[in-house]
Design a protein around this ligand. Structure first.
Ligand code: COA
Ligand code: MG
Length: 284
């Protein structure tokens, strides 16, 4: 079974020091990047470094994901080739626009590395409108894991001015979240660029969690611990979940559709939610 997916740290493929640091960082997932953090002149170097890294360092405890360049660039085929030569078994596909795009790339990846996990970047205006059909690709490909949101690209293409509340992004983010949920996919929120602004980061991570995101993508080690905290159930949530599970487990609980706890109605759907909280906390 897959592990937690609270924090997903991008690591540029050319950054030797950052690659060397991964082992000591408590991030749940690592996204090894060949795309936007790598200058075109250094793509080959990044591939070589990741290939070396992927031979030796990939541990089984955490998820490593390789972000390829977009399929319409001259880099895609060479990027794909390194998958066959190392132990990385998941990719992140950028600049997806339609379900056809997604399906075509996925089939090609399958032919190179059968069973490879696949994530789609949701970062083009078209992808927001097509979010549901892109998520539906999961119906025929169970190796589709979920979405990673590319808020920088979305803001750039739509020419919106970002603010702390993500005012003009929220409705698109919610559309992406809902599409993911419809097909039981995970959805990882976009990055926060201002590395020095810890409070702004915290507020955005809280907002993402409240929106139903599974976790957050990160650019710097300082962002990992706050993310893991925010995306873990709080003590209060765990206690309440435990009480709901206990209430339904009590005498005649099996026959009850609804009950009252602390003056609030609790139905069996809340039991399902409570079980999820306990599972996330490792207490089920
Ligand atoms: N992953 C792993 N380690 C990282 C890291 C990352 N993404 N970012 C920084 N570090 C390491 C640094 O190597 C340094 O460790 P060291 O002293 O052992 O070398 C330590 O964390 C502190 O880093 P700091 O000096 O604060 O930052 P920096 O100037 O080295 O790097 C960035 C700043 C923005 C260049 C870097 O964080 C980065 O490249 N982030 C990812 C960018 C990316 O992938 N973007 C694409 C997706 S949006
Ligand atoms: Mg992008």
């Amino acid at each position: 079974m897959r592990g937690k997916r609270r924090s997903a740290l991008y690591v540029p493929g050319t950054n030797e020091r950052a690659l060397a640091k991964i082992g000591s960082l408590p991030t749940d997932m690592i996204i090894l990047d060949l795309e936007d953090s790598i200058a075109p002149s250094r793509k080959a170097e990044a591939r070589d470094r990741i290939l070396d890294f992927g031979r030796d360092h990939v541990d089984r405890q955490r998820e490593f994901i390789l972000r390829l360049n977009a399929a319409d660039t001259p880099f895609w085929r060479q990027d794909l080739a390194i998958l066959a030569g190392c132990s990385l078994r998941a990719v992140l596909l950028p600049k997806i626009r339609t379900a056809e795009d997604a399906g075509r790339q996925l089939r090609e990846i399958e032919s190179v590395v059968p069973g490879c996990g696949v994530w789609f970047m949701m970062e083009t205006p078209e992808s927001v409108f097509n979010a549901l059909s892109i998520a539906a690709v999961r119906r025929h490909h169970e190796n589709v894991q979920g979405f990673v949101v590319g808020t920088n690209d979305l803001a750039k293409d739509a020419e919106i001015q970002p603010d702390r509340n993500r005012t003009y992004l929220v409705s698109w983010l919610m559309q992406i979240v809902l599409a993911a949920k419809a097909f039981e996919l995970d959805v990882i929120d976009g990055v926060y660029n201002d590395i020095a602004d810890a409070e702004g980061f915290r507020l955005e991570a809280l907002q993402g969690r409240a929106m139903g995101m599974t976790g957050k993508s990160l650019i710097h080690p300082n962002q990992i611990v706050p993310t893991n905290d925010i995306y873990s159930p709080s003590r209060d949530e765990i206690d309440r979940a435990r009480r709901i599970v206990d209430a339904f487990a009590g005498e005649d609980g099996d026959d009850r559709g609804v009950l009252t706890l602390d003056g609030k109605m609790v139905e069996r759907l809340h039991l399902v939610q409570a079980e999820k909280v306990l599972a996330r906390a490792g207490e089920l």
